[in-house]
Write a protein that binds this ligand. Structure first.
Ligand code: ATP
Ligand code: MG
Length: 566
């Protein structure tokens, strides 16, 4: 990932305007001194008016510069943040399942949206402001020297003391701010997950338990927030005290100089103005450095996100067009830190033939498909398609040739067309429509208010679970794969719809190598091979006709109980 992208032209312009923007503030007390010293107590002298007009102009120019700077920095931040968000989302989309087990949706939102926004603010206001305030602080000291070297001498140690305090205290609040941010992300994640499951929670009477967990989380969150605020507040409080002291010092020195005839009233007034003025850049700096602390936390968290690469290693080769036989050679697999879910699995499925995978819940059927799609790699053994080790294949090229419809397909918040074609513009409307009709969604499509352009929102295009499943299958039908992996394609369908689908699927799978996982054995009537999985092991593998003819086969036992009554 590149760093924050900054428009160089705008950055240069900001750099030029920045020093100019502090000049009006620095000149104002000096103008006041001249105005005061040029007047008598009864009437302003003739030279007072131009000075007063000068002051007015100065104020106007100052405002103009501030406006211009704000505009420029906001624009700068907007482009930088958008760029950053784009890159983060792109990064997340490239990742494998392990990434999404590590970062929950809520956490991802907080990082991609919250943290990058905070970094954007840093670019827009904070860094620019820090430079401006530093310039102002140095300018004030210089102006005090210009006024009278004794003022300069008095205030230099003050400023140095404050600067030392600043640097010493930087980072004190950091761990507390990080802890607060982490718990905030947890709260967002928790709410996000509970809201998506709201119906189930209500139906199961789990609302009080969820509420209690949320209260506990919020309790911790407010405690951490209080601690972070406390740590962050100490610093500005100290500085405020010091600044008040500086005003007293300016008054004392000014009064003494005046009584000795060494300073005019105007000079004392100007010194007092500068002494008051120096509080602002210093107090502001303290606040800004807190923002930088926050941004440092954000940066760290974004780094964590973007440094987590869960991509499977890419190989150079692509699949051969004519050979797509699937071979498992003594394959074992365990999820991160978990027990083995597939053990010593071996089978060979010839090109263009179909295989059913059956077995009890949790026996590893979906895992087997995931391995073939390279969502993860085996812990032992080799998987080959067309004689080539999957690990040597280019992942993108592999996935172009393998269509995988997972068990729980998700709908996207976009049009029907995009849900089927998955944003592939090469797929024309005719194909999308025909795929929908083939799976049996014709009548559903016909009553949509805007046809393929209808957004898949519950209010415009409500979908049952079965319809969702059919739409997922339509996604497969518009592809031209060599290998098809279907996980429970008909689990949510009624027997009538299932029969209709069976024909459509048989047509689609003709000539392709396919693995179909299903508990519903009707849909498997036409398959060539059967693999019975039992707790991650191949309990049985063979041609369907052979296994079906053998009364004692596991397949036959399963068929006897599994065939749906229709
Ligand atoms: P079902 O018929 O319910 O779909 P299945 O045969 O498809 O079951 P798998 O989803 O492959 O079963 O799961 C096999 C085993 O792996 C189960 O014990 C499950 O708990 C475990 N498992 C599945 N997914 C994960 C995961 N992401 N992380 C850790 N363990 C997992
Ligand atoms: Mg499964």
């Amino acid at each position: 990932m590149r760093n924050l992208w900054i428009n160089p032209g705008r950055a240069v312009l900001i750099g030029a305007l920045l020093p100019l923007s502090v000049v009006p503030q620095l000149l104002a007390p000096e103008l006041f001194r001249r105005i005061i010293d040029s007047s008598t107590f009864t009437a302003p002298s003739s030279s007072t008016w131009p000075l007063a007009v000068g002051y007015l102009l100065l104020a106007l120019v100052g405002q103009g510069l501030t406006l211009g700077l704000t505009y420029l920095t906001t624009r700068l931040a907007a482009t930088a943040t958008t760029q950053l968000r784009e890159e983060l989302v792109e990064h997340a989309l490239r990742q494998e399942p392990a990434f999404f087990r590590r970062f929950t949706p809520g956490e991802l939102v907080e990082r991609v949206d919250g943290d990058s926004g905070r970094l954007g603010e840093i670019v827009s206001g904070v860094l620019v402001d820090i430079v401006a305030q530093l310039l102002l602080a140095v300018g004030v000291i210089a102006a005090l020297f210009y006024l009278d070297w004794r003022f300069g001498l008095l205030f230099t140690p003050f400023a140095i003391a404050m600067a030392t305090l600043l640097s010493r205290q930087t980072g004190r609040a950091l761990p507390h701010v990080a802890a607060e941010r982490k718990i905030e992300a947890e709260v967002v994640g928790f709410i996000d997950e509970q809201v998506s499951g709201a119906d189930d929670i209500r139906a199961n009477g789990a609302t009080p338990a969820v509420r209690q967990s949320l209260w506990a989380l919020l309790d911790t969150s407010s405690e951490k927030g209080r601690r972070a605020a406390e740590m962050s507040a100490r610093w500005p409080a100290t500085i405020q005290g010091l600044s008040a002291l500086s005003v007293v010092a300016a008054l004392a020195l000014g009064g003494w100089l005046h009584s000795m005839g060494l300073a005019t009233v105007g000079t004392v007034f100007a010194a007092l103005s500068y002494a008051t003025l120096i509080r602002f850049p210093l107090a502001r700096l303290t606040l800004r450095i807190q923002d930088v602390e926050n941004a440092a936390v954000s940066l760290h968290r974004l780094d964590e996100l973007r440094l987590m690469e869960t991509r499977v290693d890419d190989g150079p080769t692509t699949l051969r067009p004519d050979d797509s036989a699937v071979v498992f050679d003594d394959v074992s697999f365990a999820y991160e830190g978990g027990p083995e879910v597939l053990s010593g699995l071996s089978f060979r499925l010839p090109t263009g033939q179909t295989m059913a995978v059956v077995g009890q819940t949790g026996s590893g059927k979906s895992t087997l498909l995931g391995l073939l799609f390279r969502r993860f790699d085996p812990t032992r053994g080799t998987i080959r398609i067309g004689g080539q080790d999957l690990r040597d294949l280019n992942v993108r090229a592999l996935r172009d040739r393998v269509t995988y419809i997972p068990q729980s397909g998700r709908l996207l918040a976009t049009t029907v067309r995009n849900n089927v074609a998955l944003f592939d513009e090469r797929v024309n409307d005719l194909r999308v429509e025909s795929a929908l009709r083939t799976v049996g969604l014709g009548p559903w499509l016909d009553q949509l208010p805007m046809g393929l352009d209808t957004a898949l929102k519950p209010q415009d295009a409500p979908m049952s679970l079965g319809q969702t499943q059919l739409l997922n299958l339509a996604r497969a039908l518009i592809t031209e794969p060599s290998v098809v992996l279907l996980d429970e394609p008909s689990a949510m369908l009624d027997p009538h719809t299932e029969r209709h689908l069976k024909l459509a699927l048989a047509r689609f799978l003709r000539g392709r190598t396919a693995i179909v996982v299903s508990h519903r054995l009707d849909i498997l009537d036409g398959v060539d091979w059967v693999l019975v999985l039992d707790d991650g092991r191949a309990a049985e593998f063979g041609e369907r006709s052979v296994l079906a003819a053998e009364p004692a086969s596991r397949f036959n036992t399963l068929t006897a109980v599994g065939r749906s009554p229709s």
